[in-house]
Design a protein around this ligand. Sequence first.
Ligand code: GLY
Length: 379
Amino acid sequence: MNALSNTFDVAIIGGGVIGLGVARALAQRGVRDVLIVERSSLGAEASSAAAGMLAPQAEADTADDFFQLCCQSRDLYPAFAQSLYAETGIDIELETSGTLYLAFTEEDERELVKRYEWQTRAGLEVEQLSASTAKLLEPCISERVCAGLRFPLDTQVENRRLISALATANEALGVNVLTGVSVDSLNIKRNRVTGIETSRGFVACEKVVIAGGAWTSQVINEALPNPRIEPVRGQMVSFEATPQITRHVIYSPRGYVVPRRDGRLLAGSTTEHAGFDKRVTAAGVQSIVTSALEISASIARLPLTSTWAGLRPRAADGLPVLGPCAEIAGVFYATGHYRNGILLTPITAELLVRAIVDEEVSPPLQIFLPDRFQLVTVS
Ligand code: GLY
């Protein structure tokens, strides 16, 4: 714990993919003393619970600023994966076979037509599939499919390998890491952060990045804008599929399945407000399995090998919270990524480094600044 007697250039609260991504990018830009403080172990929460889809086109309803941010980040992934591999030898299994979105009812079909129309108008890559073409692409798809879309640029990564790769890269870059240490508050003097109070004592630092995911609210005090991050539970189910039954990630409006190289087929998910309760429920598993079987009846014969749940960090307006805090010098936010933490890791790291090192609040960041939220009111 000698590390704690240092003054750090930047302390990052949270060792999920966002905190790890920002730490790596800072160290690569030459910031020397970077510290990650993680309450549990690296990537233990939403980062490892996620399914790793990089699928903005499959998930969006409009081409708004958030969608543009998601697409920008998705498009950074090939270079991001390549550089992580060069630094660590860890392949994050970026799959480029594309994503399918299937309709099983007339209402689903109307939804698909709308999505196809706005995306083609916006000049995005999307292909319309008849039921028979969809089944030709992926014979496992249910006979009840009516139509589909294929998003060739929407992909996926193995998020648990991403955590390992980022952790290894940070180790090689000399980033300091404290795990099993919680942060209670930020120490602020004359409108400037001077350090963090942790369960292991005070740590002095010049700058702080709040990347606490669902636990962000625990470090926000009355001097700071409060995005009111709440945990939104997502349950997951994993089947054993050797040989794998699909090459594509496949969505329906009610769920998704994600094939992994190691023979797992992941299926998700639920969207529940259950506080910090990460337990899996019978109703959760039932709804995920029902949606998965609607996509492919072949799943019925697969052994169900694992279930888990994660807590998505959702800000009050559902959008990420990124960049410097205007009220307190030295405080930066990188949180509230909700359903898109894995997807938004590369762009978050890039934008935060520009804000921290170059003091540049670039246009994409301006929309997601923490100051769109009020300060905490003390009653
Ligand atoms: N991004 C998928 C999910 O949150 O379930």
